[in-house]
Each structure stands twice: as structure tokens, then as C-alpha cells.
Design a protein. Structure first.
Lengths: 259, 298
């Protein structure tokens, strides 16, 4: 029935709106702070290394660094959005407001992940905008940029849903963030090309899906990358599908939400 | 006979070694003011949570207005409003935002007229634009009631809504809930304040260790289980105790009896025993006595 479909969509839209409003209301902390953080990275690294390092032959280090910083900020904030919202709601008990209405687990998942994508894109765009005055950046393949930004933030948004549901306290969530998300991001080639690594570490980097997110994203700017963008797209796409399936299965079972 | 507002059939739920619900069966009729009573850990909140879809039962079925809470959860949740026991709130939003968001979850996008009506009924109009964090505990409790009502559910469950609430708010809340009941809403109430349940509820179920151990109208329960009491201050309390009374530290002795016809013979026996009656008062049967009696027998 059209009326019922409309009403279903209204439930999903409201949860999405609420999740976006939640981070927007504290935008200084959720958007402005990570942008400033990335800007500081950029200023310091470019001051130290720009004249000494070039990548892919003739690209200045600062130019190489910017897409990595944009993607790193985007990924970390997409994760932070869904995970912090869920753990806060669980610990304060107000998760019940979302569990009592007639929302399906699919709507629940989509709303949290799309809100995470929105925050990731806001922060990523913010970092890019403040970085542009400092670097000359090409936009060789904008669609690749967009595809990796969307898929990367959706993956991290899904991981955030998993972590937010799994963690019973902030300490566990911090562990997930500091011992999994942060190392995988920092070791993914944000600050370097993996071709500068010894062969063994190049192989190890290929086991890190975050590497493919950043490498594919960087291809969108320079038209050059460490591995083929199609390979990156395949790895990132499959990772998203697997994580989405895992998250949906957890939600469908009511894992830790509907005891 | 019309469809029951709530139908619970053979519901079981276990948490590890704890059998929270051990085969609960009950029906709540449309338009009833129904009480769900029991000591802590009896399974009241688990049963309500199962009804609301917050807990998945291991066995049995639950329906709200004929809608299965698992198989037809969308419709079951549309007809149910739940006021949770915990004083929970979302610190990011003000009262009106919270109510608009809650309406939206139920598919209602233009609900401001009804929201204004609820705010006025719960004396929250002046607080509509105040952030949830800035509200007192009593105000937060009212917002929880308002949130449960945004989608005009025909069945409303209140899980210990007056726990830790001052007298004025409690009375205001009951006035409002009674009006909802008069308007045709089915009300299910859990409370530890038995005098509230006695005054408000037409029918009561008592739970112990996950089982329904009594289910009847309040009047029938009072008649079946409760006894009258005669409290007597005696010059010689020991004489009263010898006649089956229970003495307290202040020299009062309590005698239980079934009907007023028993009073005169009791007084005669006290006189013969030389108890020295100084003062006396009669106590009506109340739900507290019923509750204690039922729990001891179960």
C-alpha cells in the first residue's frame, strides 16, 4: 500500500535526519576539529618533507599527502559517527526510542550508515577545502574519487555499527578504535607510497583493505596509484558487501540490542 | 467478544540459569486498566519488554490488538505505547524535537497539533523548547509519557511510572492516565505502590518467578485473599496473643478475621481473658495483604 510505504520511509528518514542532526549540533567537535587536525598534519609534514620527497616521479610530497589525509579523516569520522551514537544510546538507555518504533533492521542499518557517510563526506570535503590553498591538486578522475569516498565511509560506518553494538562500555569501543581502526589507517599508505617500503611490507600492505581505499582514492586525483584502481575497487566493494552482510545479520538476530 | 488488547500465550524466557518467564498466559481486554504486580525479579519488565519487541521470547506468542509482536512487528508496535521504567532521554534534543522525532519514527511527519495537545495535557508547554538535559526528573518522566503517546496508541504500557516521583506529579499523572483510559485506551500498569494499583486497576495479574500466580478482578482478589483486621491496644497484650493476636512493640495487638460477624465474639473472648481493651480500630482488606498472601501461598 502506498500509504504504508510512505509511512515506512518516513520512519527511516526520521532516523537518518536524527543521526545527521546529532553530529551537526556538535559540529565544532565532529566536523571542525578533525579538519583542524588534518590541517596541522599537513602543515607539519609539508614543512618537514616537501622539499625532500617526491612521489610517482614528479608529485610533491604535500600534494601526495592531501588525498591520504582527506581519506583518513573521512574514514575515521565515518567510524566515529555510528559507533559513538550507538554506544552513547546504549549506555544512556535512549536506544529504546529507536527500538520501540516499527523500524526494520534494514532501515536501522541504512540510517546509521548513511549518516556516517554524510559525516565522513563533510569532514573529507572540509579537509580538502582547507588544504587546497597549500597544494596544486589535480582531479584526474572525479568519479573514482566519489566512488572510493562513498564506499570507504560506508565500510567504516558499518564497522562503527558493529563496534557500537558489540561494545558494552566506552573502553571497549576505544580499544576497537585505537587497536584496529587507527593502525589499519595509519599503515595504509596515507603518509607514504608502498613502493617506498621493503618488498615484505609491500606484501603485508596488500592484506590491509584500508590501503586499497586510500590508493584508489588517490588514483582519482593523480591518475596514478600503487595498484590498479579496478583491483582497489573490487577489494573495497567486496569488503563493503561482506561487512554489510555481517552487520545486517547481527541486527536481524537482535545481537545485544533485542536480548 | 472483541479482540483482546493483549494476548500472551505460554511465553518463556531464560537468561542463563535464570528462568525470567516460565510459561506466562494472560489476556488484557480492550479498554481495561490492568495491573501487573510482582516482587522485584518476578518477570514484569521482561514480559513488557517481550511485548514491546525489546526482548525475544524463547517460546510462546505475544499479540497486541491481534498483531504478533514478532511476525507482524510493524503493526504490533504501531498500536503499542511504552513508558519505560528507566528515566532515559536524548541529551542532544529539546522536548519538541524529541517528540517530532519520535512521531517520525512511527511514520507521522506532521504531528504538531497532537504534540501540542499532549504537551498541554502533561503541563509541558512551557518546556517545549528546553533541552532534555535541563529538565527535572519529574519533567523527564512526563516527556517519556508524551513520547509513548505521540502515535496515539490504543494500548499503553506504563512500567513503574511513579517510581521516585513526587506526590503532586504522581497525582497529575494518574489523572491524565485515567482520562486516557476513559477515552478508550487500554492501560497496563506495573507498580510497587499497591494502593495505586488497588485504586486504578480493574483487573490484576500477580507474577512470581516468571509465572502468573493470581489473575482476577481487583474486587475478587480482595474478597478472596484479604482479611479484615482489628487492632486493639490492650492493658495485657499477652492475653491477646494467647487468643491468636500478633503483638507489636507499642502494645497493639492485631487480630485477623473474615467477616464483621466475627468481631463481637472476639471482643467477648478478650473481655473473658482480662485483656483490658483500651483502644481499638478496624482495618479494611487491602491489596497489600492480598499481595503478601498470594506471594506466600505461591
Amino acid at each position: 500500500m502506498p500509504e504504508q510505504r510512505e509511512s515506512r520511509l518516513a520512519g527511516f528518514r526520521t532516523l537518518l535526519y536524527k543521526e545527521v542532526l546529532r553530529f551537526w549540533k556538535v559540529g565544532f567537535q565532529t566536523v571542525a576539529a578533525p579538519v583542524l587536525n588534518a590541517l596541522l598534519f599537513l602543515l607539519i609534514f609539508s614543512h618537514v618533507l616537501d622539499r625532500h620527497v617526491t612521489v610517482y616521479g614528479d608529485i610533491a610530497y604535500t600534494g601526495f599527502l592531501v588525498p591520504g589525509l582527506v581519506m583518513m579523516s573521512l574514514l575515521q569520522n565515518a567510524f566515529a559517527n555510528s559507533s559513538s551514537s550507538l554506544i552513547q544510546s546504549k549506555i544512556t538507555g535512549n536506544i529504546v526510542f529507536v527500538l520501540l518504533p516499527p523500524l526494520s533492521w534494514g532501515e536501522f542499518y541504512a540510517a546509521y550508515v548513511i549518516a556516517s557517510v554524510a559525516r565522513g563526506l563533510f569532514v573529507g570535503a572540509g579537509v580538502l577545502l582547507v588544504a587546497l590553498p597549500f597544494v596544486e591538486l589535480g582531479f584526474a578522475h572525479p568519479l573514482w574519487i566519489l566512488a572510493f569516498a562513498l564506499l570507504g565511509s560506508a565500510i567504516l560506518g558499518s564497522l562503527g555499527v558493529i563496534a557500537g553494538i558489540w561494545a558494552d562500555k566506552f573502553d571497549q569501543l576505544a580499544g576497537f578504535q585505537n587497536f584496529l581502526i587507527l593502525p589499519l589507517t595509519m599503515l595504509s599508505g596515507v603518509f607514504y607510497s608502498i613502493h617506498s617500503l621493503p618488498p615484505v611490507w609491500q606484501q603485508v600492505s596488500h592484506a590491509n583493505p584500508f590501503f586499497f581505499m586510500i590508493d584508489g582514492f588517490r588514483y582519482g586525483f593523480f591518475g596514478q596509484s600503487d595498484v590498479s584502481p579496478w583491483l582497489s575497487l573490487a577489494v573495497v566493494g567486496v569488503s563493503f558487501v561482506l561487512l554489510a552482510a555481517l552487520t545486517l545479520a547481527m541486527l536481524a538476530r537482535g545481537y545485544k540490542l533485542r536480548a | 467478544m472483541s479482540l483482546p488488547a493483549i494476548r500472551v500465550r505460554g511465553v518463556t524466557k531464560r537468561y542463563g540459569a535464570l528462568q525470567a518467564l516460565a510459561g506466562v498466559d494472560l489476556e488484557v481486554h480492550q479498554g481495561e486498566f490492568f495491573g501487573l504486580l510482582g516482587p522485584n525479579g518476578a518477570g514484569k519488565t521482561t514480559l513488557i519488554s517481550a511485548l514491546a519487541g525489546l526482548v525475544r521470547p524463547d517460546g510462546g506468542t505475544l499479540e497486541v490488538m491481534g498483531h504478533d509482536v514478532v511476525g507482524d512487528y510493524r503493526n504490533a508496535r504501531r498500536v503499542l505505547g511504552v513508558v519505560p521504567q528507566e528515566l532515559v532521554f536524548d541529551p542532544f534534543f529539546n522536548v519538541r524535537e524529541m517528540l517530532r522525532i519520535q512521531s517520525g519514527y512511527f511514520g507521522l511527519r506532521h504531528n504538531d497539533d497532537w504534540i501540542d495537545e499532549i504537551l498541554a495535557s502533561l503541563d509541558l508547554t512551557a518546556k517545549a523548547d528546553v533541552n532534555m538535559r535541563a529538565l527535572s526528573g519529574g519533567m523527564k518522566r512526563r516527556v517519556l509519557v508524551a513520547q509513548a503517546l505521540v502515535h496515539r496508541p490504543p494500548v499503553i504500557v506504563l512500567d513503574e511510572p511513579t517510581a521516585g516521583v513526587d506526590v503532586e506529579l504522581r497525582q497529575g499523572l494518574w489523572q491524565f492516565v485515567r482520562k486516557l483510559n476513559r477515552d478508550g485506551h487500554t492501560i497496563v500498569l506495573t507498580t510497587h505502590y499497591l494502593e495505586e494499583a488497588e485504586t486504578l486497576c480493574g483487573r490484576i495479574a500477580m507474577l512470581k518467578a516468571g509465572r502468573v500466580v493470581a489473575l482476577d478482578t481487583t474486587a475478587n482478589l480482595l474478597e478472596r485473599f484479604a482479611t479484615h483486621t482489628l487492632q486493639a491496644r490492650l492493658a495485657n497484650p499477652q492475653a491477646g496473643v494467647a487468643l491468636g493476636g500478633r503483638a507489636d512493640e507499642d502494645g497493639w495487638v492485631a487480630f485477623a478475621f473474615d467477616s464483621y460477624a466475627d468481631v463481637e465474639p472476639l471482643l467477648a473472648r478478650l473481655r473473658e481473658a482480662g485483656a483490658g481493651l483500651q483502644e481499638m480500630q478496624l482495618g479494611e482488606p487491602d491489596l497489600e495483604h492480598v499481595f503478601v498472601e498470594v506471594m506466600q501461598r505461591a
